[in-house]
Ligand binder design. Structure first.
Ligand SMILES: Nc1ncnc2c1ncn2[C@@H]1O[C@H](COP(=O)(O)OP(=O)(O)O)[C@@H](O)[C@H]1O
Ligand SMILES: [Mg+2]
Length: 325
């Protein structure tokens, strides 16, 4: 039985086809990524999974259950959050979690301490949530979800708005959870957030599936990496490229050279430059092959939009951590 089996699912808001006939299959025990630029339909899909909105067409099975037949029992064993989790800012992290435990009618002894330990909040769990960083709030959200001892954890852009250290911590947390056998379904709009932790991915763009398969399959499709190259004689370096047919070198006005080649071919080209007395000033990878592929598949301009911490998550009710026992 699959953890999630969404078949031919569509959802339209007015004239916007937010999710357009997508099929997603998540096996038990895997970490699955739904990847796509902002507006691709990721949140809409996850909201349908949680039953917050109904699809216009298609069916979503979660551990074999559907909303039509099983209603809220679909969420047995499912927990997570959509967009960002919300907590009472004037209570500590621990008090927020204790409140959720009360609402749920209690949890098994020791679980509260276990989840606090697992998400690595340490002593900060006893500070007011109002003073938490974005990453700490995300981790508290994961802790709140884990209080339900889910079989499936759904995280909508868990790394959105986190700094590089926060992203690293979140990745490590997801890996720890996956190692314990939990199925994790997460969304992201950055390839590098998912490529290390996900077994399989669906890449969405404008509501549709642009790719689905394993990260290994995706890697096999990826183009050669790109590098920015600076030398003390770019015009001569450009001429040397003629002797390296598998290396493509382009001049970008006064910005230096752009090299597109595999790592091995690029290294041979650079060694040749040095052998010919051309001094290297910089060789910087511009984007990973998977990122380049992601932009090709989703047709997105390559901008870095990491800088907004609150991902447009305003207006969620308090305690928007969703799930059922
Ligand atoms: N409740 C809604 N009403 C109208 N349009 C919506 C609503 N929710 C999402 N959309 C639209 O659907 C598209 C997909 O949105 P969303 O699922 O939030 O994308 P993502 O999570 O991938 O950024 C966007 O064009 C968005 O504006
Ligand atoms: Mg979203």
């Amino acid at each position: 039985m699959l953890a999630v089996e969404a078949t031919d699912v569509s959802k339209t808001f007015g004239t916007v086809r937010a999710v357009d006939d997508i099929t997603v299959r998540v096996a038990q025990g895997e970490v699955y990524g739904v990847l796509g630029p902002n507006g691709a339909g990721k949140t809409t899909f996850l909201r349908m999974l949680f039953g917050l909105i109904r699809p216009d067409h298609g069916t979503i099975r979660v551990f074999g259950r559907t909303w039509e037949h099983d209603d809220v029992a679909v969420l047995d064993g499912v927990a997570g959050f959509i967009e960002s989790p919300k907590f009472y800012p004037y209570l500590t992290g621990r008090q927020n979690l204790e409140g959720l435990v009360l609402l749920d009618g209690g949890v098994r002894p020791g679980l509260l301490e276990e989840v606090i330990e697992l998400v690595d909040l340490g002593d900060r769990v006893d500070l007011e949530v109002g003073g938490y960083s974005y990453g700490m709030r995300q981790r508290l959200g994961v802790a709140a979800s884990l209080l339900r001892e889910p079989r499936l954890l759904v995280l909508d852009e868990p790394a959105n708005g986190l700094d590089p250290a926060g992203i690293r911590d979140m990745r490590a947390l997801v890996k720890r959870l996956a190692a314990s056998g939990l199925t994790v379904l997460l969304s992201s709009h950055h390839m590098d957030e998912v490529e290390e932790i996900c077994d399989n991915v669906t890449i969405m763009t404008r509501g549709r599936v642009a790719f689905h398969g394993s990260i290994t399959d995706l890697r096999a499709m990826a183009p050669a990496p790109g590098y920015d190259l600076r030398t003390d004689a770019d015009d001569r370096a450009l001429l040397v490229a003629a002797d390296h047919p598998r290396v493509q070198v382009d001049l970008r006005d006064d910005l230096g050279l752009v090299v597109t080649a595999t790592e091995t071919d690029a290294a041979a080209y650079v060694a040749d430059l040095c052998a010919r007395g051309i001094a290297l000033r910089a060789l910087v990878p511009t984007r990973t092959p998977l990122e380049a592929l992601f932009f090709m598949l989703t047709d997105e301009p390559e901008t870095d939009d990491r800088a907004h911490p609150d991902g447009g998550a305003a207006g969620r009710p308090a305690g928007a951590t969703t799930g059922a026992r």
